[in-house]
Write a protein that binds this ligand. Structure first.
Ligand SMILES: CC(C)(COP(=O)(O)OP(=O)(O)OC[C@H]1O[C@@H](n2cnc3c(N)ncnc32)[C@H](O)[C@@H]1OP(=O)(O)O)[C@@H](O)C(=O)NCCC(=O)NCCS
Length: 179
């Protein structure tokens, strides 16, 4: 017997986003900032005032940055970005930012697939040596996800973010490319 539509395993498709994905990306980004305000340095208020054209530009593919999207049954449910530092002395470093999976799609491997895609891209960047990130100290799911990939904590910043008057600490983590 064939499985019915809702018995079928959901199909997650991962791909790099570009400017034409802005209409899917922007609402998910705004959702992320509302759903998990202590997980991001950007705020919902600031980002909702940003022109869609600026967000479009941020999604423009380039050799030094990339945003990956995870689509579940055609809808965007997760994102993760890599951003390489531009200055000569820091060009060997990139940041993993904007990791978000919509609540309904969590715990199904979407976050892991996004981090894997970001690190695969990091491996293709000539001269890149390390990928850095900051994670709220109390964010156990995200810390476990990054640790599973071999990210190591190297610093602890008290009061890294203040959200609606509440201070949040941040753990700084690094992952080194094999040399
Ligand atoms: C953190 C986040 C991206 C994880 O996404 P996800 O799709 O649920 O993660 P996955 O299903 O791929 O899980 C991969 C691993 O992450 C860890 N993990 C994920 N959710 C977890 C949870 N609730 N508790 C403990 N570990 C968790 C586990 O190690 C897991 O591996 P396992 O399933 O073999 O145990 C998601 O919870 C999220 O978007 N949170 C809100 C935004 C946020 O915190 N972003 C990070 C900013 S630094």
């Amino acid at each position: 017997m064939q499985p019915s539509a809702n018995e079928r395993a959901p199909t997650v498709v991962l791909r790099e986003l570009g400017p034409d994905d802005v209409d899917a990306y922007r609402p998910l980004r705004l959702e992320a900032l509302q759903d998990a305000p202590s997980a991001f340095a950007s705020s919902f208020e600031e980002e909702s005032e940003r022109e869609p054209a600026a967000t479009r530009e941020r999604l423009r593919a380039g050799p030094e940055s990339a945003t990956f999207g995870a689509f579940l049954d055609g809808g965007l449910v997760g994102t993760g970005s890599l951003f390489r530092l531009p200055r000569r002395k820091e060009r060997h470093k990139a940041y993993l930012v904007g990791m978000y999976v919509a609540p309904a799609a969590r715990r199904t491997g979407v976050g892991r697939a996004l981090v894997a895609a970001v690190l695969d891209r990091a491996r293709t960047m000539p001269g890149l040596r390390q990928v850095l990130l900051g994670v709220e100290a109390g964010n156990a799911p995200a810390r476990a996800l990054y640790e599973a990939f071999g990210f190591e904590a190297f610093g602890y910043e008290r009061d890294a973010l203040i959200v609606d008057g509440v201070a949040y600490d941040e753990v700084h983590m690094v992952w080194y490319l094999p040399r």
